[in-house]
Design a protein around this ligand. Structure first.
Ligand code: 13P
Length: 255
């Protein structure tokens, strides 16, 4: 059964106190979620355990991390392992966000290793893909995203896919206020599902949750989530305000 998910990626925003207030506001107003509807909150590493304690008694709301290291442990000063995240209460980890690919030079090969470490340690992966404006303008976005998935994800075995969510985040729509149209999102999501089906078969593709990310907000969430292949959103800016995030969760519940 394909799940619908709204995940909030706080990026490098909010102190522990600010995060506490935000999560308190989200939990207070959270409508009841069936098991096929999930909310994920991905705060900075330092908030993870605290945020976990805030939500652990609320069904179907989970904690995500925004990154993890590609090795299990060792002399990697300043880094955080998948096992540490799991032990602190994380259920998900975002891998391959365009900001990490661009600012931290994360390559497809590294992301494939991170994906393995995360899954090995019992985390679920939200694997991000998405093209730049140049690629979109050249009309080669389908091939570009397909190559990202092949390089970062398609070494996995079929049985591992139940623990993978794909997030399509066109770079030109992230933090720009310029959302992909519902048709653009649907077209890419359908393409991603087709590519997954070609690699793994129709059933894993049909069960795959594919999220849209990029300037998603309460005013456009319903239209995006109404698309047949859009199963929710990965939310940046609008996840930092309880009312906005709750509005997007409402749209996901009604979709
Ligand atoms: P915005 O919602 O701020 O555009 O960010 C999207 C994103 O990058 C989520 O990971």
């Amino acid at each position: 059964m394909r799940k619908k998910i709204v995940a909030g990626n706080w990026k490098m925003n909010l102190t522990l106190d600010e995060g506490h207030q935000l999560v308190a506001g989200i939990v207070k107003n959270l409508p009841e979620l069936n098991s096929d509807r999930q909310v994920v909150i991905a705060p900075p590493f330092i908030n993870i355990q605290h945020t976990f304690y805030q939500v652990e008694d609320t069904p179907n709301i989970f904690i995500g991390a925004q990154n993890c290291h590609s090795e299990d442990e060792g002399a990697y000063t300043g880094e955080i392992s998948a096992a540490m995240l799991k032990n602190a209460g994380a259920e998900y980890v975002i891998i391959g966000h365009s900001e990490r690919r661009e600012y931290f030079n994360e390559t497809d090969a590294l992301l494939a290793k991170k994906t393995d470490r995360a899954l090995d340690n019992g985390l679920k992966v939200i694997f991000c893909c998405g093209e730049s404006l140049d690629v979109r303008d050249a009309g080669t976005q389908n091939e570009f995203v397909e190559a990202q998935l092949k390089a970062g994800l398609f070494h996995l075995h079929k049985h591992q896919l139940v623990n993978v969510v794909i997030a399509y985040e066109p770079i030109w729509a992230i933090g720009t206020g310029r959302t992909a149209s519902a048709q653009q999102a649907q077209d890419m999501h359908a393409h991603i599902r087709k590519v997954v089906a070609e690699q793994y078969g129709q059933a894993p593709a049909d069960n795959m949750t594919i999220l849209y990310g990029g300037s998603c907000k309460p005013s456009n969430a319903a239209e995006l989530f109404a698309c047949a292949d859009v199963d929710g959103g990965l939310i940046g800016g609008a996840s930092l305000k309880a009312a906005d995030f709750t509005g997007i969760i409402d749209a996901m519940i009604k979709a």
